[in-house]
Design a protein around this ligand. Structure first.
Ligand SMILES: Cc1cc2nc3c(=O)[nH]c(=O)nc-3n(C[C@H](O)[C@H](O)[C@H](O)COP(=O)(O)O)c2cc1C
Length: 323
């Protein structure tokens, strides 16, 4: 049985969305958005803010393990932070060598390091030395900065440092998020290393999932935006079928209500609506019902007015909102 893994997505899949997506289910485990390591050993509360699952045995409420991801370029500092993180009993530790964001890259982090395989090796080696063997230790990389010429070298440098598994997002930094993902290059990397490779990039449907497996030779797939756009995707891959008439929206509707309740508790009112709209906007790709709800909520600015609309639509009761 292949594994289906929920991708880290900073600014999108926070603990609330991870909570509802894993309650709908189908994911073996996931990774939280990156924790940036730049100048010091971060306090436990920073890790617990970004990955509150740490306070619940490193699992979401539904019981899906969530691993923690570190991003940084100083081997010593990365190892010191990993050692701190180990005391918090994470379900796993992952290193980020894929983030293309200019702010992150300016400080030499994420995908910017893909031109320095010896540094990748030094970072992963230093972290490996402090992570006990019972904690899964992985790295997630893009194929390169501007081209794929050093993809295999980078992957081998990470494997030589002792990572347990490698995750490859099939794009260069320059590719950004432009489709298609280069699955054939993931296959080349897989063939050149002797640890399991988890393939990632541009899986939106069950058909994509199967095509990605075939093209990469990887049974295990990590899904990012496709998991947000179709919360039932992992279950569809596992063979579940949903009522043609509803397309499965009936399964998702309660999760939308739960998500809004969570957002209302966590997010300041002025930003709350944007969070719900962001998710609904992504689900429009698959669900006309999400399109309709998005259309209804889009012009509504205030969080209290969205509360009222959610009640009017039958998604929530005033009692649940007040609880
Ligand atoms: C909004 C957003 C935030 C992301 N944040 C992270 C991150 O914190 N760490 C990371 O390794 N990758 C991050 N990624 C990359 C995804 O994990 C994934 O590699 C990428 O979206 C390709 O997979 P997909 O086509 O299934 O979405 C992010 C992607 C998006 C769209």
């Amino acid at each position: 049985m292949s594994r289906i893994i929920l991708a880290p997505m900073e600014g999108l899949a926070d603990d609330l969305l991870r909570g509802v997506l894993t309650s709908i289910g189908g994911y073996d485990w996931g990774i939280c958005e990156f924790v940036r390591v730049s100048a010091n050993v971060l306090p436990a509360k920073t890790y617990e803010r970004i990955c509150p699952e740490l306070l619940n045995g490193s699992k979401t409420a539904a019981g899906t393990p969530m691993r923690v991801q570190l991003l940084g370029s100083d081997p010593f500092l990365m190892a010191a932070n990993a050692a701190r993180l180990v005391t918090l009993n994470p379900a796993g530790i992952d290193l980020n060598f894929g983030c293309p964001a200019p702010t992150v890259n300016r400080h030499r982090g994420g995908a910017a390091l893909l031109g320095e395989p010896e540094l990748l090796n030094a970072i992963a080696g230093a972290v490996r030395a402090v992570v006990p063997v019972n904690i899964p230790f992985t790295a997630k990389m893009r194929l390169g900065i501007e081209d794929t010429s050093r993809a295999v070298e980078n992957a081998q440098a990470l494997v030589a440092a002792g990572i347990d598994e490698l995750i490859v997002h099939g794009r260069t930094k320059l590719d950004g998020y432009r489709p298609p993902a280069r699955w054939e290059w993931i296959d080349r990397v897989r063939a050149a290393i002797d640890v399991p490779l988890i393939a990632n990039g541009e899986v939106w449907t069950v058909e994509d999932f199967r095509n990605c497996q075939a093209a990469t030779g990887c049974p295990d797939i990590m899904i990012g935006r496709g998991a947000v756009a179709d919360p039932l995707l992992a279950r569809r891959v596992r063979g579940e079928e949903f009522d043609e008439a509803t397309g499965g929206w009936a399964e998702i509707r309660p999760a939308v209500a739960d998500y809004w309740l969570g957002v209302r508790k966590k997010v300041v009112p002025v930003h709350a609506g944007g969070r719900l709209k962001q998710w609904l906007a992504m689900m429009r790709r698959h669900y006309p019902e999400a399109e309709a709800l998005y259309g209804l909520l889009r012009p509504i600015k205030g969080a209290a007015d969205i509360d009222a609309a959610m009640v009017a639509e039958g998604l929530l009761t005033p009692e649940r909102l007040a609880a």
